[in-house]
Design a binder for this molecule. Structure first.
Ligand code: TXA
Ligand code: MG
Length: 321
């Protein structure tokens, strides 16, 4: 952007969506609301536009991006759907399920989006303002979470500003994200197997009911290259399964473990997911030197919460995104 220091937060009304569409059409970046987290969007058919995402995030170029489509019709121009993929899209789209599928030979997708892989990660988001934006555009949007690589994902416009404020011209303000953790990612394998690549709001149990048990053969393994050990780092030590704060710790509570902020006083996992990143941002910005987090049940969307917490607690070392 030319005026690097001014990031506008624009209400996602018709005028705001039209301006965002204009920036995106001309190859710029816009932070956009989705039902999971805010995304850093660029047109997926432009190598130049997509390069700006990697540069703004400081994201390693071997870590491919998720492409957001307007509808199934647009998805079919990009990836090969088998029966299972059609079934999952019918059940969960628009919504927080990302499908890793074979990329079509003639898809108009910049190669940087898939980091050279022969597969592509696709989802149709359900956030009404993101839907309205995609409906205005003639192309799909590549969008990873709108944070610096390795930072905490954003669920509010101010989180985006805190992380990427000097890098992007506009944040489209769609309010707080309803789900609060990134989409569930699954890979459907040619031989009929499937793998959960990232736990998320669509639970593994619900996928097992539809697809049968996850395959465990190591052959033909598809992995999410960005799912390295470290991610979502708040920049302070994080201690998990804590029942109380020790000296100098900011305690993120759950249920009866009250804490300095609480993921869900009622012990509701959906509410806890929606509040997870806000609490981590608050803890990171506090004057406490460390963070402790109360136990959260490892069931339903609690698996996604614990996955993100384990990553936040991984000390500096390897990692991406
Ligand atoms: O909820 C979400 O999914 C958010 C919102 C903005 O939609 N997006 C998001 O994107 O979380 P990102 O880039 O932070 O995560 C993308 C993940 C990475 O772990 C990447 O490795 C994986 O998707 N991925 C992308 N393409 C892939 C592919 N072809 N095969 C395997 N994994 C892939
Ligand atoms: Mg991310």
């Amino acid at each position: 952007m030319s005026d690097k220091d001014v990031t506008e937060v624009v209400a996602a009304d018709a005028a705001g969506i039209a301006r965002a569409a204009q920036i995106l059409e001309s190859g710029g970046l816009v932070a956009v609301p989705t039902e999971t987290v805010y995304g850093l969007a660029a047109r997926a058919d432009s190598g130049n536009a997509v390069a700006k995402i990697y540069a703004a995030k400081g994201r390693p170029d071997f870590n491919p991006l998720i492409v957001h489509v307007r509808d199934l019709e647009q998805a079919l121009e990009i990836a090969d759907f088998d029966e299972r993929a059609f079934d999952l899209a019918a059940r969960f789209w628009p919504g927080p399920l990302t499908l890793v599928l074979p990329l079509c030979d003639n898809a108009s997708i910049a190669s940087a989006v898939t980091a050279g892989l022969s597969t592509i990660a696709l989802r149709q988001p359900s956030h009404p303002m993101m839907k309205a934006l995609l409906a205005k555009l003639g192309h799909p949007l590549a969008a990873p979470s709108a944070n610096r690589s390795e930072g905490i994902s954003p669920t509010r416009p101010e989180h985006v500003l805190g992380s990427l404020g000097s890098e992007i011209p506009m944040v489209l303000d769609g309010g707080p994200c309803e789900r609060g953790v990134e989409s569930t990612i699954i890979a459907l394998r040619a031989g009929g197997g499937w793998s959960l690549l990232r736990p998320g709001p669509i639970t593994k149990d619900s996928l097992v009911r539809i697809l049968g048990t996850e395959s465990d053969d190591a052959d033909d393994m598809i992995e999410a290259p960005g799912q390295l050990s470290r991610h979502y780092s708040p920049g302070k030590p994080v201690r998990l399964e804590a029942m109380r704060a020790e000296a100098g710790e900011f305690l993120i509570g759950f249920g009866p473990v009250r804490g300095d902020c609480n993921l869900s006083p009622a012990g509701d996992l959906k509410e806890a997911a929606a509040r997870l990143y806000s609490c981590l941002h608050e803890a990171a910005l506090s004057n406490k030197r460390a963070i402790a987090v109360a136990p959260v049940p490892h069931e339903g969307v609690g698996r996604a919460i614990n996955d993100r917490l384990a990553r936040a607690a991984t000390p500096p070392g390897a990692g991406a995104d």
